[in-house]
Design a binder for this molecule. Sequence first.
Ligand code: SAM
Length: 246
Amino acid sequence: THFGFAEVPLGQKQGLVDDVFHKVASRYDVMNDLMSGGLHRAWKSAMTTAIGLPKGARQFTLLDVAGGTGDIAFRAIAAGGPGVAVTVFDINDAMLDVGAARAAKRRLSDRVTFIQGNAEELPFPSSSFDAVTIAFGIRNVPRIPVALKEMRRVLKPGGHLLVLEFSKVDVPGLARIYDAFSFGVIPRLGKLVAGDGEPYRYLVESIRRFPDAETFANMMRDAGFEQVTATPMTGGVAALHVGFRI
Ligand code: SAM
């Protein structure tokens, strides 16, 4: 490990993650653009398209776990018809507050609901959502298999889970550039914009520790998902995983 975060025991991981997102909440959206060079927008629109939102008036309920400031929710509302309603679920009230303010500003408070809680214990009845998304959130959850089972439980049969997450770069030349960028540039950018580089060191570290696309696809299968696919994007910097509850 590069920064020692690997030694954080499972029971302390969530506290560390919460500190990170409390610190960065107000600058989170700007930092996303800066640090991904705007790439997160392309990845998120690929995921939004893959949800298969109805264009007409059909009712469609989407749960966006670790939804933070509501980015995926607003994209889904813009892409789908008037029957689309989104629940943004996140453990961090600072991130949710930024999201709720954005929703109010866009006059979308009636279509986007913000709920605080832990992805390992979703406060929803079984079979309640048409689709579940989680973007750049699953790697922050301490017990990933528990969260995957929970997301499957709240899906209606026939519904799908879409997981967008950093993955393993599979292009040798790109891997070197990516390493230099993430370990060198990202913490410095974080210090410059958010006033603290430490939270971003954690982010880089957590990306390094996350499994490659095929391993994660198998974790989804182990949690009971079927027809699981993994699609690398931008040379494997990110990957979109989809799995169905049959
Ligand atoms: N999905 C948003 C996006 O793509 O812009 C936000 C992603 S942000 C990198 C990760 C989010 O995961 C944070 O808002 C954090 O609070 C949330 N998170 C971390 N651990 C969580 C948990 N156990 N349950 C729910 N949300 C969690």
